[in-house]
Design a binder for this molecule. Structure first.
Ligand SMILES: *[C@@H]1O[C@H](CO)[C@@H](O)[C@H](O)[C@H]1NC(C)=O
Ligand SMILES: *[C@@H]1O[C@H](CO)[C@@H](O)[C@H](O)[C@H]1NC(C)=O
Ligand SMILES: [Zn+2]
Length: 392
C-alpha cells in the first residue's frame, strides 16, 4: 500500500520533467481509465492551459455536486539549491519525498485520487456527484484557467455546490482550514509635479507629493504591523498588509522630474471597509497636492467568506469528519490568493485544506518535501471528508 501510493506521487511528479501540460493530461487520462471514471479536458483560455475533470456520478446526480480541486502547475525551481533533483521525487531514509509540488499541490491531487480509488474499491456510493478537477495556471493567478472556467457554461453544467482546494502545511499539530482570502489591491500612484532644474526650490514637485503618499501609506502599515506583532491570536491573513513594491521616475540627477510612480501591493483583511479604503487613497492623493492619478492593477471587490456555521451543511459535514478523525483544525484567512476565490466569487462555498501537519512550510521553497506517512494519512483523511460532504 505504501509503495503503491508513494509510487503514484512519484510517477506523477516525474511527468513534470516535461514543461508542457500534455504529459500531465495523459497521466490523468490513464488514472481515469484505471478508476473507470469519465474524464473531460477543457481549455478555458488556450491550448497551453488545460483543465481536467474526472467525474464520479452520485446516486442523485440532480443535486449540487462536490468539487475536489487542485492545480497541476508548479512554480520554477533553482536545481542548484536542492539536495535532491527537484523533479525526481526521491524518497530519503526518513521517508521524506523531495519534489517541487510535494506540498503545493501535487500531493492533494493525488490524495484525492487515492481516496476515490479506496472508496470505490470498498463499494461506497454517494448521494452527490463528485468532480475531481486539475487546473493549470494557478500559480500565475488563474486568469487562464479557473477564472474563465467558473464563468463558462461547461462549469455551470457541473452544478458545483461545494469546493475543496488547497491549504498550507503546518509545523504544529494544527491544520489550518481557509474559509476566506484577503482582497488584493495593487495600486499605482502616477504622481505629476512641477519639473525643472535641480538647483531651484520649485513648488509642488513630484518628490514632495510622493513623500506625502508614502508617509500616509506607511502610517497605515505601521498600525497593522503593530497589531500583528502584539496579538498572538492573529495571523498574517487577519491584518491588512501594505508594501511599497516599485518606485519609478526621474530623468537624470540634476533634473526635477515631471512624473514619479509608486506601486503598492495591498492585501485587505476582512475587517476593512473596502470603499472607505479606496476613498482614503483618493483623499491622500488630493491632500498631497493633486496631479496624482490612481491606477489599479487588480481591483476586485469583496468576496464573501465561506460560512463556517450550521447555515452551511457542507461545513458541518467537513467539521464532523475532522472531529471524528481527532484532527485539530484552525479556521484562517488565506494570506495569499488561491483558485478558491473564483469559486467563492460565483457564490460557491469553498474551503482550503491540505492535510499536512507536523510539516515545515516549504511551498515555493528549495527542497520542498512531504513525509510519505503524512501523505498516506492524508489519503485516509480525504476518504472520511469526501464520504461526509458527498452525503450532505
Ligand atoms: C542558490 O544557491 C547559490 C549558491 O549555490 C546562492 O548564491 C543563491 O543565492 C541561491 N539562490 C536562491 C534563490 O536561494
Ligand atoms: C508585506 O510585508 C510584510 C513584512 O513587512 C510581510 O509580512 C507581508 O507578507 C508582505 N505582504 C505581501 C502581500 O507580500
Ligand atoms: Zn498551490
Amino acid at each position: 500500500m505504501v509503495c503503491v501510493a508513494v509510487g503514484y506521487l512519484m510517477i506523477y511528479l516525474i511527468n513534470l520533467i516535461c514543461v508542457q501540460s500534455e504529459p500531465c493530461v495523459a497521466f490523468l487520462r490513464l488514472q481515469a481509465k484505471q478508476l473507470e471514471l469519465p474524464i473531460q479536458v477543457y481549455y478555458p483560455a488556450n491550448e497551453q492551459n488545460p483543465l481536467v475533470v474526472l467525474t464520479w456520478q452520485g446516486l442523485q446526480p440532480e443535486l449540487p455536486s462536490v468539487l475536489l480541486n487542485s492545480h497541476m502547475d508548479v512554480v520554477p525551481v533553482f536545481p542548484e539549491n536542492w539536495t535532491h533533483p527537484p523533479f525526481g521525487a526521491e524518497i530519503d531514509q526518513e521517508g521524506r519525498i523531495f519534489a517541487r509540488g510535494a506540498q503545493d499541490m501535487k500531493c492533494v491531487g493525488m490524495q484525492y485520487l487515492a481516496a476515490i480509488r479506496a472508496l470505490k474499491r470498498s463499494g461506497a456510493t454517494f448521494k452527490r456527484t463528485i468532480h475531481i478537477s486539475f487546473v493549470a495556471d494557478e500559480e500565475m493567478g488563474g486568469r487562464l484557467a479557473m477564472l474563465p472556467f467558473v464563468d463558462s457554461k461547461e462549469f455551470r453544467a457541473l452544478n458545483v455546490g461545494f469546493g475543496l482546494d488547497e491549504g498550507i502545511a503546518s509545523a504544529t499539530s494544527e491544520i489550518p482550514v481557509f474559509y476566506a482570502e484577503r482582497t488584493v489591491r495593487r495600486v499605482i500612484f502616477q504622481i505629476s509635479g512641477t519639473a525643472g532644474h535641480g538647483s531651484l526650490l520649485l513648488p509642488n514637485t513630484a518628490g514632495e507629493k510622493l513623500s506625502y503618499i508614502l508617509e500616509r501609506m506607511m502610517a497605515f502599515r505601521k498600525v497593522q504591523f503593530q497589531r500583528l506583532a502584539s496579538s498572538p491570536e492573529l495571523s498574517i491573513g487577519d491584518v491588512t498588509t501594505i508594501n511599497l513594491t516599485q518606485v519609478q521616475g526621474g530623468v537624470q540627477g540634476n533634473v526635477v522630474p515631471p512624473l514619479m510612480t509608486a506601486f503598492f501591493d495591498c492585501r485587505l483583511a476582512l475587517d476593512i471597509k473596502i470603499p472607505e479604503f479606496d476613498a482614503n487613497l483618493h483623499k491622500w492623493a488630493a491632500e498631497a497636492g493633486g496631479g496624482i492619478e490612481l491606477e489599479y492593477e487588480q481591483k476586485r471587490g469583496h468576496i464573501p467568506p465561506t460560512a463556517t456555521d450550521d447555515t452551511n451543511p457542507f461545513w458541518v459535514a467537513f467539521k464532523d469528519a475532522t472531529d471524528e478523525l481527532g484532527l485539530k483544525i484552525k479556521l484562517q484567512v488565506f494570506p495569499g490568493g488561491t483558485d478558491s476565490r473564483y469559486l467563492r466569487q460565483v457564490g460557491i462555498p469553498a474551503l482550503g485544506f491540505s492535510p499536512m501537519n507536523h510539516t515545515p512550510v516549504l511551498l515555493h521553497d528549495h527542497d520542498e518535501f512531504l513525509h510519505a506517512e503524512t501523505y498516506l494519512k492524508g489519503v485516509q483523511i480525504y476518504q472520511k471528508i469526501i464520504s461526509n460532504v458527498a452525503c450532505v
